[in-house]
Design a protein around this ligand. Structure first.
Ligand code: GTP
Ligand code: ZN
Length: 324
């Protein structure tokens, strides 16, 4: 029998420990979360829960997670619970973070909305490709939202987005400025979604249009935790009237694929499916190999040539990231 070391406190009587319960993460702020225990009504006060350091390192906790909490006695203003475990996730949207570490954006999503604009900033198809590949990797349905649609006078941006038609991706048009968000609202009904996209495309404006009364500048943080959003990033799950939830994640400026080796990339392109069987070599990366049926399809306009050429650039840049 192992001898207990001197000075170590006796083991706690487990029957006296607070039972753990499962809760939903509604807001994350550094190492703190606001959670709603299962079975509590939507308007019940949220519980402040502290993240154990071990869990903060891996797997981390993000909005949308279901976690196990143990309630603790509070001293002064300290949180009333500790997050002791993260329940298995249905999915998680990841991006490459600092020094190749993965950063989870949100978990247990029904959709990722890739917001783009025809101008200010201009359409960037490469970024859409990367988000769609990440959605494919995570198994989350994607929606492309062309916001500022009123600026697409000649329909050029809408035409460029036609390269995504062979994919199982819904494309909606909105103009947050003109308060026209009907197509997006319909696509999001009863779904939990996150809005992602380049800075300035109108993600906050869309969130405000979908959720009347949302104070996007200060958000819910000021009332609940008492700190402004400028001190550190926080993200939250917002209820959309009529059903549905939006994950609000300010501060995501860049997006890179996480844990995708160059030769794994092609599997994240479902529009290659009808052609890859015809490649001469098994494991063809469709970059330099002779007898590549995917390249042939692009040459013959059976596959969008722009999408194929961007695939090749992304393949090369993934290799550089691995080497560098
Ligand atoms: N013309 C036009 N401008 C819009 C539309 N939607 C948003 N904007 C403007 O675009 C600018 C950026 O909008 P935001 O909602 O802050 O964009 P964002 O994507 O949240 O930007 P970040 O917070 O930097 O990621 C603002 O000046 C908005 O008024 C639109 O439908 N049409
Ligand atoms: Zn090939």
């Amino acid at each position: 029998m192992a001898r207990r070391k001197k000075n170590r406190p006796p083991r706690k009587d487990s029957s006296r420990q607070a039972p753990s319960r499962v809760a939903h993460v509604i807001e994350m702020f550094g190492l703190e979360a606001l959670v709603r225990p299962d079975g509590e009504p939507d308007d019940a006060p949220l519980i402040r829960a502290l993240l154990r350091k071990k869990i903060a390192r891996k797997p981390g906790v993000v909005v949308g997670d279901r976690v196990r909490i143990e309630e603790v006695e509070t001293e002064g203003d300290s949180p009333g619970a500790v997050i002791v475990a993260v329940e298995e996730r249905d999915n998680v949207l990841m991006r490459a973070g600092w020094r190749g570490h993965g950063q989870a954006i949100a978990a247990n999503l029904d959709a990722v909305v890739v917001v783009v604009s025809p101008a200010q900033p201009p359409l960037r198809l490469g970024l859409i490709d990367r988000y769609l590949a990440a959605c494919q990797q995570a198994g989350i349905p994607a929606i492309i939202c062309l916001n500022k649609a009123e600026l697409d006078v000649d329909g050029e941006a809408a035409r460029e987005l036609e390269c995504y038609a062979p994919l199982d991706v819904q494309i909606v048009h909105t103009s947050a400025a003109e308060d026209d968000v009907t197509q997006l609202a319909e696509a999001l009904q009863r779904r939990r979604a996150v809005l992602v996209g380049h800075s300035g495309v109108g993600k906050s404006s869309l969130a405000c249009a979908l959720i009347p009364g949302l104070d996007r500048e200060i958000g819910a943080v000021n009332e609940t935790i008492g700190r402004g959003r400028h001190t550190t990033t926080r993200s939250s799950l917002l209820a959309v009237p009529g059903g549905g939830e939006l994950v609000d994640t300010p501060g995501i400026r860049a997006f890179g694929l996480f844990k995708v080796e160059p030769e794994e990339l092609e599997a994240l392109y479902p529009d290659f499916d009808p052609f890859r069987e015809g490649c001469r070599f098994r494991g063809c990366t469709h970059t330099h190999e002779p007898g590549c049926a995917v390249r042939e399809a692009a040459d013959e306009d059976k596959l969008d040539a722009g999408r194929f050429s961007r695939y090749q650039s992304l393949f090369v840049s993934l290799g550089e990231e691995v080497d560098g």
